[in-house]
Ligand binder design. Structure first.
Ligand SMILES: [Zn+2]
Ligand SMILES: [Zn+2]
Length: 370
């Protein structure tokens, strides 16, 4: 990794004395200290950079070595790697100085919205309160107090460039090539050029949205430090569980408990749908596990006007808590049943008896027991 110029990091001139270096170090270290910038990895990186710059420049021996080697200097004293050299050359010739100093990278923000299945069916608008960093309007994102926050850099006479014949770098170390130095930070943003706010943002959740689907809202992320492209707000959709319906793609699944009387004799049964409900006709002799399908009563598909189906899965509920009279009635009913009333049970009983007979025959023929 090629290092930034140590003098620029501390904001001191190349010929700065030890006292000036110490003062600059104390100011910068305090500003970027992780304790004062919790959860800000950028500040932590800058803090380490400040410490590294100070450790090198405060020791006369290593400062001499740094002045001689410039960007190839390594604190551990090892020679530069070929990668270091390549990186430096590509920066020097590859437009390093065309880049506006301090330009940040777009920062996306992440947020979650929870919607109900009905809202999936109909689509909905949501408002979310998003804490985000916006460009400071007091200083127009520049970081300096309006009217005198910045002054032209003395070292380079505002050009941002210096002649250093020893190495390629020609950016002024004091102003890091920008040609100006901050003398009074903006009162609203403290020189950051941006500050926190909570913005109420409208989110359009489309019909048929999937669980975990991401909705991207352009330019509602953070404004980066020092200007540059604004990030997006990325909304993850969470679908709240429904007490009756399960989702499978655009289809809905629902249990349908029937009494054994309804299942036996057939019945008209009210069932739930997302739009309140309807009545279905259960045909006589409907068995447990049978699925009744209501076409077009599922969720809309993301594309097109079609909707999925609602699948109702029959579960016959065995009556419990019978009174003596009910048991009596059931016994009288059972006495009138014959085998034709339960064809599956009849076939099963037949198979059971056959299997038993086969075993008996095998044994009487004197076969071995397994
Ligand atoms: Zn400001
Ligand atoms: Zn300068």
């Amino acid at each position: 990794m090629v290092r930034r110029d140590y003098y620029a990091i501390l904001g001191v001139a190349r010929n700065a004395g030890m006292d000036e270096i110490k003062r600059a170090y104390r100011t910068s270290a305090l500003k970027h200290h992780p304790d004062r910038n919790p959860d800000d990895p950028e500040a932590e990186r800058r803090f380490k950079e400040v410490v590294e710059a100070y450790e090198t420049l405060s020791d006369p021996e290593s400062r001499k070595r740094y002045d001689a080697m410039g960007p190839f200097y390594r604190p551990d004293g090892r020679p530069p790697t070929p990668e270091d050299v390549n990186e430096l050359l590509s920066r020097t010739f590859g437009g390093w100085f065309k880049r506006k100093p301090g330009k940040g990278k777009a920062e996306d923000l992440r947020h979650e919205v929870t919607v109900s299945l009905l809202e999936v069916a109909l689509g909905c608008d949501r408002t979310v309160d998003v804490p985000r960093q916006i460009r400071c309007s007091r200083c127009q994102g520049e970081g300096g107090e309006p009217g005198g926050g910045w002054k032209s850099c003395d070292d380079c006479k505002g050009t941002g460039k210096v002649q250093t014949p020893r190495w390629f770098r020609t950016a002024c170390p004091r102003c890091d090539g920008s040609g100006r130095v901050l003398v009074r930070p903006c009162e609203r943003c403290g020189g950051e050029g941006r500050h926190g706010t909570v913005e109420r943002i409208k989110v359009k959740v489309p019909r048929g949205v999937g669980s975990g689907q991401k909705l991207r809202i352009k330019d509602k992320g953070d404004h980066p430090r020092g200007g540059g492209p604004v990030g997006d707000l990325v909304i993850s959709v969470v679908i709240a569980p429904h007490p009756l319906f399960q989702r499978r793609g655009s289809d809905l699944l629902c249990d349908l408990p029937l009494t054994f009387v309804e299942a036996t004799g057939g019945a008209e049964v009210p069932v739930p749908t997302l739009e309140g409900g309807t009545v279905i006709v259960v045909p006589p002799g409907t068995g447990s596990g049978k699925v009744l399908r209501l076409a077009g009563r599922g969720l809309p598909r993301l594309k097109g006007d079609e909707r999925g189906d609602l699948h109702l899965k029959v579960q016959i509920e065995v009556p419990v808590h019978l009174t003596p009279e009910q048991r009596d009635a059931l016994a009288r009913f059972a006495a009138r049943l014959d085998s034709a009333n339960h064809p599956r049970r009849q076939a099963w009983d037949q198979a059971r008896r056959d299997a038993h007979r086969e075993w008996e025959e095998h044994r009487t023929r004197g076969g071995s027991t397994p």
